[in-house]
Design a protein around this ligand. Structure first.
Ligand SMILES: Cc1ncc(COP(=O)(O)O)c(C=O)c1O
Length: 386
């Protein structure tokens, strides 16, 4: 009998150690990890540089509050600005908290500049922005909102990639922010139409609406750029990030353009744990490693290798979505069926919506392991097909 609340559909496996791209279960079996958490351990398990920082920081100083100066936060902020756009950062502990901060900033903007007349947040069907009340309210999926209604009443929703629907909602003049993922991760890595994104930017500029990119799943190198928006040549006003930032330690952040960021003043927002020295030092190391041009280029090459190896053998039995190593594979089987079969064969993959499973290997995986994983996936689908 478990004393845990039953809110996760847990697989009947317990992993107790990990090394590089492999996990070991309690019964001593090795699994190739094509999940990386859910795009969290992007540099694999037990990465030497990261373990070293954790060990030395643990022995030095585990916590001081945000009432004091923090060079590690400053240095991490500096490198994120360099890899994204001019703005200021706030560090928190998770993706939902990062989006929560973005939504609160947008609310301040609407209240201060428009006297509360702009107070609505627009998001898109099949999006996922988190499980706190404000972020689940922006998550346009019945299965996330079910049982928790009424959701926050300031949310508006449009079909993804439908610019007419956006225009129709925006014409009321009360939208203060639009939040979106460039690839809708939880729903199966559904990609944004580049023209739609460009048009969104134009609408936001014209109507003074804050454009928020949720890069919590897509960021930190997964698509072959440090942030996925770099593929599109369209810049946000606020960007949220989390998951892979510290390779498994809990951290989230927003970067906001200066004129928006300055609305958070002393006491308007905060968190006890956000931006601790150990985590921010690890996050700096992670972003230093992944922002290397050769490293990023390799992600694209490895993604193509994984995709083409599977496509060559399974042909029209699979449909791929995504970019780099942010890959969703649609099959005719339910995600749970595919996940279960892959686990039987020693491969960890992650379920998503729309009959899709996500293949998220560590970004520093070897090409040999990409091929081993591809063969395990092919074998799994062949076995399901009988
Ligand atoms: C796009 C996106 N936004 C927000 C979140 C929420 O992040 P967290 O689980 O760290 O709160 C996730 C988590 O899966 C996500 O994929």
């Amino acid at each position: 009998m478990s004393n845990l609340i039953n809110n996760y559909a847990r697989n009947n496996i317990e992993f107790i150690s990990g090394d590089g791209s492999y996990l070991t279960s309690i019964d001593g079996r090795k699994y190739l990890d094509f999940g990386s958490g859910i795009s969290v351990t992007n540099l694999g398990h037990n990465h030497k540089n990261i373990t070293d920082i954790i060990v030395s920081e643990a022995a030095k100083l585990l916590h001081v509050s945000n009432l004091y100066l923090s060079t590690p936060q400053e240095e991490l902020a500096e490198i994120i600005v360099k890899e994204s756009f001019q703005g200021k950062l706030f560090f928190c502990n998770s993706g939902a908290e990062a989006n929560e901060a973005a939504i609160k900033l947008a609310r301040l903007y609407g209240n201060k500049k428009y006297n509360g007349k702009k107070d609505k947040i627009l998001s898109f069907n099949n999006s996922f922005h988190g499980r706190t009340y404000a972020t689940l309210s922006a998550t346009a999926q019945d299965k996330i909102q079910n049982g928790f209604t009424p959701i926050a009443q300031y949310n508006r929703f449009a079909p993804f990639n439908d610019i007419d629907a956006v225009l129709n909602i925006v014409k009321n003049g009360d939208i203060v922010a639009i939040i979106l993922e460039l690839y809708q991760g939880e729903s199966g890595i559904l990609p944004i139409d580049p023209l739609f994104l460009k048009q969104l930017r134009e609408i936001c500029d014209k109507e003074d609406i804050i454009l928020i990119f949720d890069e919590i799943q897509t960021g930190m190198g997964r698509t072959g750029e440090v942030f996925a928006y770099k593929h599109f040549n369209v810049e946000p006003d606020i960007m949220s990030m989390a998951k892979a930032m510290a390779n498994g330690l809990p951290i989230g952040a927003i970067i906001a353009k200066d004129h928006i960021a300055s609305l958070f003043t002393h006491g308007t927002h905060g968190t006890t744990f956000g931006g601790g020295a150990m985590i921010t030092k690890v996050a700096k190391k992670v972003i230093e490693i992944i922002s290397d041009k050769t490293f990023l280029n390799d992600i694209t090459i490895k993604g193509e290798l994984l995709k083409s190896t599977i496509e060559n053998k399974l042909n029209d039995r699979v449909t791929f979505h995504g970019k780099g190593l942010l890959l969703g594979v649609e099959t005719r089987f339910t995600p749970t069926t595919v996940v279960g079969k892959c686990l039987e064969n020693g491969l960890v993959v992650i379920p998503a919506g729309n009959n899709t499973v996500r293949l998220f290997p560590p970004l520093n995986i070897s090409k040999e392991d990409i091929l081993i994983g591809a063969e395990l996936f092919i074998k799994s689908i062949n076995e399901l097909d009988g």
